[in-house]
Design a protein around this ligand. Structure first.
Ligand SMILES: C[S@@+](CC[C@H](N)C(=O)[O-])C[C@H]1O[C@@H](n2cnc3c(N)ncnc32)[C@H](O)[C@@H]1O
Length: 278
């Protein structure tokens, strides 16, 4: 048996030296995963058996190589959800959680009680599933183009009422039955300008989930056009963007929109725009 404290201290040092931003938290989450317990149980565990200690060493090696923590755990937390994630799909990020509050009834732009909601560029389904969970009367559609991401999306939405729609936001024939009837469109599309230096973990996300042309704006105009076609008058759009696009994205919301606003994330960076269909 090995002391849990010694294992954690050693792993924390290794991850810190590898440039991992939150080495202690990652070490604890990985050890809890290997032990098959909640992280809070580590406080009441003294020793680790040799098989688990080896599994933990392997997991720490992977994380020290900057494989995303969520890929090693196979899970990502988002709002109140625990999503299955892995190679081929974008790992949901905490800043995207803000878009749920932007459209929740009684909050933000204040939807009705039983809205129709469309998540464009749905990835693993983080936004679609969070809205379905937190607004139980909502009818939610999740649009995604990538086959690899669709596999994760189908896995996460299995057993829920979220409707998966394989499709491209560049397609102006998308969701023809919903034209003019949708109450809210949410989207976290790819938006990073090509060539932007990114952390090693981001390189594990598919390029098509992250980058959007030289200026990072090759997809958002299609998101806005689809939202314009799908939303009813008074319907709301919330779209995440790069922190350099706090003026560029609102400027794309011209005729056909009112109450255009841009919002900051918890780090104070411009992060998403909202608008109401005129
Ligand atoms: C930044 S990821 C966001 C995924 C998810 N919304 C989230 O927040 O975790 C962008 C997603 O858009 C998808 N995508 C990229 N271009 C698309 C397009 N033209 N039509 C539909 N989906 C697209 C990618 O495959 C990827 O899953």
């Amino acid at each position: 048996m090995t002391s849990l404290r010694a294992l954690l201290d050693d792993a924390t040092r290794r991850l810190s030296a590898a440039g991992v931003g939150s080495p202690r938290v990652d070490a604890e989450l990985l050890l809890a995963h290997c032990l098959g317990v909640e992280r809070s149980r580590l406080a009441v565990t003294d020793d680790v058996d040799p098989v688990t200690a080896q599994a933990f060493a392997d997991a720490v090696d992977r994380r020290a190589d900057r494989e995303p923590l969520q890929h090693i755990l196979g899970r990502a937390a988002f709002r109140y959800l625990d999503l299955a994630v892995g190679p081929g799909a974008f790992v949901p990020r905490p800043e995207t959680e803000l878009l749920v509050d932007a459209i929740r009834p009684g909050l933000g732009l204040g939807l009705g009680e039983a809205p129709i909601v469309v998540d464009l560029c749905a990835g693993t389904g983080a936004l679609a599933l969070a809205i379905a969970q937190e607004v139980p009367a909502a009818r939610v559609y999740a649009v995604e183009r990538s086959d690899a991401a669709l596999a994760w999306l189908r896995r996460n939405t299995a057993g829920t009422d979220v409707t998966v729609v394989p499709g491209d936001v560049a397609d102006d024939g998308l969701l023809p039955d919903l034209r003019g009837r949708v109450d809210a469109v949410v989207s976290n599309p790819p938006y990073v300008p090509a060539g932007t230096p990114v952390e090693p973990e981001v390189r594990a996300d598919p390029d098509e989930a992250v980058f959007a042309g030289d200026d990072g704006l090759s997809v958002i105009p299609n998101v806005i056009a689809r939202a314009q076609a799908l939303l009813r008058p008074g319907g709301v759009l919330a779209v995440e963007h790069d922190d350099t696009h706090g003026e560029a994205v609102p400027a794309l919301l011209g005729d056909g929109w009112r109450d255009v606003a841009d919002h900051r994330d918890l780090a104070g960076r411009p992060r998403y725009a909202t608008a109401v269909r005129a």
